[in-house]
Design a protein around this ligand. Structure first.
Ligand code: EGU
Length: 446
């Protein structure tokens, strides 16, 4: 385990906690590269931050995104709200978030306990033995802590790389202002080729291009980069700038995306995995950080319920958290497959409007999946189950609606169009009432 700066902290319950971080202290670093620049913070992440009294600090430096802005090939822009006025997600800067969290934990001082030992390599290359009663592995998708789990009997593990890579490009301000409307998550859905853009405090946008590695490999010259953007994202070319595009594309290679599932998340009463170490996911649901932060919240809730008894808390954490984490890992992968297969700008708009419309008709029955995932703390596996149930009911009601409308329209004497649409409205209304009455409090979703 390569680890750079150890430091002692003491969280509120009186445990002595040592934090090991393999990267250099981000507050002292001059250049930070590698991981993506901004993250989407939503309800679950905010609840966790609220719990440690840091919500305001982070939220105040985040940029609210109240809707998606869909960019079509022709340059047409269509906003689709995430929900009601108070339902928005935040674009937060990863570097600032890390800094605030590192500074935040300095408030807590030190006491002592010990037991497990592991080796760390200090900045000078010196290896030291560290003793601890309890280790929390939050060391990311390539977790070194998790590697030790692999030797355990009955530990399950799988990882999948997707064929797509991603590359980040910066869109500078235009005349000192945001080059695109700031309070949106901008999306250019082009099936296999996709780009999104999130706003930053310095009035830039971070554009993330998603594309198969095969395609990344084909592009070797600046002209080809320009061609690609002219073909798929023409409206973004003048905003990023043709020269910047040709230059920046070759600065860093495309980054890979991996999905990780494992179980259980603990060993005995002495070690637990959280965050990407336990459940790395592809970024297509904007939930990686939120799920990781929610892990902490769930863990803390269990610590309270089970009187800080690690022997009881750890198995319970695995029991409740594994199904939820696996559900969001699956959902993120599902969204990747769906976007890649047939999501162009028209389809994207159609799907979201349909979701919103059904929700409007049947507010308690049809809740869009992304709403449950993004704006509630509905357990991820419950959201997934409920979504399956909604799909089943939704399809059934469509078939019924079409059938009844058809037979009623045929039976009616006046076959005029007006007559027919009046009937469809009525049927739709009856249907709405039907659903309100019968499914407003769904108990079993299967
Ligand atoms: C940040 C960085 C739009 C990828 C999924 C939506 C984010 C993402 C969506 C990144 C999409 C996709 C959702 C949010 C979000 C949408 C969401 C933030 C994806 C279903 C570095 N996704 N992000 N869904 O609904 O729920 O707007 O890659 F393009 S935020 Cl892929 Cl809500």
């Amino acid at each position: 385990m390569t680890v750079r700066f150890p430091s002692n902290i003491d969280i509120k319950k009186g445990f002595q906690v040592q934090l090991y971080e393999s990267r250099e202290d981000i507050r002292k670093a001059k250049i930070v590269r590698g991981r993506s620049i901004n993250l989407a913070l939503s309800h679950r992440g905010r609840e966790a931050l609220k719990h440690i009294g840091m919500e305001e600090k982070i939220v105040s430096k985040g940029i609210p995104m109240k809707a998606r802005m869909i960019h079509s090939l022709s340059g047409k822009r269509s906003p689709i709200p995430y929900g009601k006025k108070d339902q928005y997600i935040l674009s937060v800067d990863r570097a600032n978030l890390n800094k605030e969290l590192l500074t935040g934990r300095e408030k807590y001082s030190t006491t002592a306990i010990t037991c497990i030992s592991f080796q760390v390599i200090l900045p000078g290359g010196e290896e030291v033995q560290v003793n601890a009663d309890f280790v929390v592995g939050c060391d990311g998708a390539f977790s070194v802590v998790r590697r030790q789990f692999l030797r355990q009997s009955r530990f399950n593990y799988s990882q999948t790389y997707i064929p797509h890579g991603y590359m980040e490009l910066t869109m500078p301000p235009l005349d000192g202002q945001f080059a695109l409307a700031p309070n949106f998550l901008h999306i250019w859905p082009r099936n296999t080729f996709m780009m999104i853009a999130l706003p930053n405090l310095d009035k830039t946008f971070t554009c993330t291009l998603f594309m198969p590695f095969d395609e990344f490999d084909k592009i070797t010259t600046g002209e080809q980069v320009l061609d690609l953007f002219q073909t798929y994202f023409p409206d973004a070319v003048p905003l990023i700038g043709a020269d910047a595009l040709k230059r920046d594309y070759f600065r860093l290679p495309a980054q890979a995306m991996v999905s990780v599932k494992c179980s259980p998340y603990h060993i005995g009463d002495s070690c637990v995995l959280m965050g990407d170490a336990a459940h790395a996911m592809v970024p297509f649901y904007g939930q990686g950080m939120n799920a990781g932060f929610e892990d902490c919240l769930v863990f803390d809730e269990l610590m309270d319920q089970l009187n800080d008894d690690f022997g009881a808390v750890l198995p319970e954490f695995s029991r409740v958290r594994v199904p939820d984490a696996q559900a969001i890992v699956d959902l993120a992968m599902y969204n990747y497959i769906e976007m890649r297969a047939h999501v162009n700008s028209r389809w994207f708009r159609f799907r979201k409007h349909l979701d919103n419309f059904l929700h409007f008709l049947m507010p308690t029955t049809m809740i869009p999946l992304y709403t449950m995932v993004t704006f509630t703390r509905t357990r991820y596996h419950e959201a997934l189950k409920r979504w399956h149930w909604q799909n089943k009911v939704g399809i059934r009601s469509c078939i019924l609606a079409i059938r009844s409308q058809h037979s009623w329209a045929v039976r009616s004497d006046e076959g005029s169009d007006l007559h027919r649409s009046a009937w469809s409205l009525r049927i739709l209304y009856v249907f709405t009432c039907f659903f309100r009455d019968f499914f407003s409090t769904p108990k079993a979703f299967s």
